[in-house]
Ligand binder design. Structure first.
Ligand code: SF4
Length: 296
């Protein structure tokens, strides 16, 4: 078997080892930039099963859906996908509903929003009075988004219960998102009853499995997947980081035992992870950062 996945996944701590360590021990694990890159690997290795280990939100799910559709059309029989895709709304609801969250406002991720649209975040403003600004990825985008969020507070709109969703990334994101991508995902995926998140636990209707029509390319239908549960390392406080209860540097092992090259928790693996971002770019004076909160 050849296992393919995104580069980020190679260093994620597993139940015993990371995929990088498994590869060093001799397993054929390859990282790809796109799930489509796994199809030529399957064609070039007809005597082997090629599995794509799919992860990510609605940002990466459409490319997995395209790959599954192409595998179906081209009849690539030795290829399958182990889908661990997730959707944005259920974990956001879980975080805001958790009761212990310290999150006052959200910067909406522009790449997710380009697929799901700004309307997908309306519930945060309408049901929870949390302002959202969907934002691009340039430094000026983020600064403008922070200014727009602060404006909702200083203008008194949030205090009056009138938080809104704003679109700073209008050059890319439309209110309804990418309808073509949404339809393709609807065809290829089915929402799972529940899905376990590291740091957040089980969240209902938050994962995407593969639709029965694509079962021939579903690794869970092809192989016996043991359903191993991997507990978060006891030292890891990703759950508290993700819900805004602590800053990454308040984790006892931040920057010592846990670094981007030796990640203990998932928040330190991807450069987009909160702990990795604070590790790589957290040059802000911490006392100042602690003192500056929206409530002040
Ligand atoms: S610093 Fe590492 S161990 Fe601590 S919360 Fe972040 S990822 Fe988890």
């Amino acid at each position: 078997m050849i296992l393919t996945t995104f580069g980020d996944m190679m260093r994620v701590p597993g139940s015993q080892e990371s995929l990088l360590q498994v590869r060093a021990a001799g397993a054929d694990v390859r990282f790809v930039y796109s799930p489509l890159d796994a199809l030529p690997i399957a064609r070039d290795n007809p005597d082997k099963q090629v599995v794509f280990f799919a992860v990510g939100f609605e940002t990466t799910a459409p490319s997995t859906a395209v790959t599954l559709e192409r595998a179906r059309v081209e009849g690539v029989a030795n290829f399958s996908v182990f889908s661990n895709h997730v959707t944005t709304e259920p974990p956001l609801r879980a975080i805001v509903n958790g009761g212990e969250t310290e999150i006052d406002a959200f910067i909406g991720p522009g790449h997710v929003a380009s697929v799901v649209g700004t309307h997908a975040f309306d519930f945060l403003a309408e049901e929870f009075n949390r302002p959202v600004v969907v934002t691009g990825f340039e430094p000026l985008d983020v600064l403008q988004a922070v200014a727009m969020l602060l404006e909702q507070f200083t203008s008194g709109e949030v205090a009056a219960g009138r938080a809104t969703v704003q679109n700073q990334y209008a050059r890319v994101v439309r209110p309804d998102g990418n309808i073509v991508a949404q339809k393709l995902m609807d065809r290829v995926f089915r929402t799972r009853d529940t899905f376990e998140w590291r740091g957040l636990g089980w969240i209902d209707h938050s994962g995407l499995g593969i639709a029965p029509e694509y079962a021939a390319w579903d690794a869970e239908a092809t192989f016996t997947v043991p359903g191993v549960r991997v507990a978060d390392p006891p030292a890891c406080e990703c759950g508290s980081v993700l819900t805004g209860r602590i800053k990454p540097w308040q984790c006892r092992v931040f920057g010592t035992a846990c670094t981007p090259t030796t990640p203990i928790g998932t928040c330190m693996v991807s450069p987009e992870g909160a702990c990795a971002a604070y590790y790589n770019f957290g040059r802000l004076d911490r006392d100042t950062a602690n003192a500056v909160t929206i409530r002040d």
